[in-house]
Structures are given as C-alpha cells and as structure tokens.
Unconditional design. Sequence first.
Length: 443
Amino acid sequence: MPASTADTALFAPGRRAACAGAVALISMLAFESIAVATAMPAVATALDGLPLYALAFGATLATSVLGMTAAGQLCDRRGPYSAALAGLASFLAGLLLAGFAPSMPWLVLGRGLQGLGSGVLGVTLYVGVGQVVPQQLHPKLFAMFAGAWVVPGLVGPALASFLVQAVSWRAVFLAVAAAVPVAAAAMLPSLRRVGTGSGEALRWGAMRWALLASLGVLMLHAASQRAGAGAALLFVAGLALAGLAARPLLPAGALRAARGLPSVILLRGLIAATFASAEAFLPLLVTRRFGWSLTEAGIALSAGAVTWSIGSALQARVSRAEQRRLLLPGGFGLTALGLLVVIAPLLAALPSGLVLAGWSTVGLGIGLSFPMLSVLLLKLSPPESQGSNTSALQLSDALTSSAALAGAGLLFDPATGQVLPVLLMALALVIVATLVSPRAQRD
C-alpha cells in the first residue's frame, strides 16, 4: 500500500507549523551569526571597542555552552516549549541590548545573552521538532535544517553590508530582533503540544561543570589571540579545564569512542572541529597565497555551503539500513579527500582552482555525514534522555571547535601566512573520525 502524505511529507498537517517555524528560526540564527561577523568591524569602530573585539565573539561561544547544558535539563524535565520560551527570551534580550548598546562592554553583554539563548534554542529545536516529526522522517528533517543555512550564507554578508552602509550597524541586530516574534508564533504552538517533560525536579549540578567549560572556552579563545609561550600555556590550561569539565557533561565513554551513542557524540565534535578550523583559514589561503579577491574567496565558501545542502538532501533519500550505514564513513572519507585536494596546490605546481573543487567536496562530505549524526542520536536516545543527549552533542561541537580554532591560531604564523599546518590538523581530525565512524552504529 502506498505511504500516505502524512507518512512521507515533513509539512503534513499537524507538523507544518513546527517545521516552518524551525526553518525560520534556524535561518534567523544563521543570518545573525553571519551578518554580525560581517558587521563587527564597523561596530567596534563606532563604539571605540577594538580591544574587546575578540571577546564579542568569545563571549557568545562561552555562554552557548551554558545554554546547551541548561536546555538539556529543561527539555527533559519541563518540555521543549518551556525551553524554547527561555531561549527566545534570552536571544531577543541580547539582540535588543546589542542593538541599542551605548558602548562596547554593553554590546559584549548583549552578545553573551545571544549566545545563551542560541545555545538553548539549538538543543530545543532538535528535541522539540524531532518529537513532532516521526522518526522515519528525521533524515529529511535534518536535511531541511542544513538547507536553512544556505540562503543566509549566500545573502547574509551582502545584506549586512547594505544595512551598515544604508542605515546603521544597529540595524543588523534590530532586524533579527524583529523576526524573532514571527518565528516564535509559528513554532511555539506545536511545541506546546509535545508535552511537559518528566516533571522531575531540575538538577543544576551540571551547570557548575558548564561554567568551568565556559571558562575553558574563553581561555582557548584568548590563547588564539596571543603569541609566544604565554599563548601556549593559556591554550594548555584552557584545554585541560574544558576537558575536565567535558567528562561529566558528555555520556560515559564519549572520550574513548565507546560503541553507540558515545561515539556519535565524539564524531560530532571531530567533524565540527574539522570544518570550523579549515573554513576559518580558507579565505586567508586563497587571498594571500593565490591572490584571489575577497569576492572569489566568498564564492568558494558559498560553494561549500551549497554542496553541504546537496549532501544533506542526498542522505535524506537513502532509506535502506545497510546503505545508511555507509553514509557516515563515506561522508568523512569525502571530506578527507576534499581537504587533500585543497592542500594539493600548496605541495605541487597545480592550479589554485583545485581549492574550489576541494572545498566543494568537503561540503558534500559533511552534508552527507553531519545530519546522520543527528538522526543516530535521536534513534539511540530514549525520549526522556533526548534533551540531555542533544545537549551533549552540541556541547561536543562547541568544545572541540573551540579547541581546534585555538590550536589553529597557534599553528598559523601571520608573518608568513602559512596555512598548511592548520589544514593538516583538520585533515588529521577527519581521518580520526573516519576510523571511529563504524563504532557509531550498534551491531
């Protein structure tokens, strides 16, 4: 008998509003991230705040760790609706505070509130909409989540530049703030119907470890802005603190790649760190080494975003279990191949256009594998643990990306502009992920 529309369509009645609201909210979060990065030089200049430039980004990443940890508790014990309300309130308050900030310290505080809210919302979207949508549609759901980043990635920088020049840098924050109630109105009613969680008392002991992890993230971020022995010491201290805090925040066995859910959590961190470290330094590679313009560098990044979306859509079309088992190592293998192609012109007299082909391959590989990890996480998690496990997944992402970016900052020499050590580090991370990936599947 043919499957009904309700069985095969994400936007079937009963979940249409939740999916539309999730797409709107993810697109909004993506635009905020991309547009603020574009506008931040103008913000720092206008507020005479260049000394706090790095902290404006580091504060957001550090507080997102707190938000992710809190969201796991809220989703499991109070339900995704309550968690979404808290996340939206914090995110909106941060946008308004940043948009009306009279000085750079106030803007940094606003960015911190944004990070707290986005950390909560990132977990809540996965858990709440994942419970609204049937499990057999989860591959399509996470492909849709990936696709929601494409348009902001393509138009975000240009739109942010237009707002800064035609209106004010404040318009970047306030435009996103105006979109928050619209996305909330679409999504919240569906999340209210999901349920109210277990009703157990909230246990906030994990927040102490999250605070330590946040401090470790800030130390790692600070290390990436320094040079010399002091930077190395700060990096080691931050890495040790973040690693110490990660043990109680992640499932047992995650740091040693135990089979099943722990390996899924570890793999998310490895692939996120691979992409974050390579993407951050790709524009430097092509502009300094190969003489590309910033526009051409942007095209390369956009190509990776588009192929990421294509990979996500392709994995959603694979339904046979034995074929889906191959997607994870296959995606990681494609990512490693793509990085090798990016590196090739640095090692031999080959055309620099290979960088574009290589980065497109990286995007395709991550698009195949990244949604698979989200699908596996919800598949391996009982409903009462989906909040805490999704929190752990995104914590692994944030902590390992922070460590990789800090390590990349130490490996990169501004005097020579040599990016090869950073790309080799990213390649090593994805090779480890490829070797570990079979352990994510339960026999």
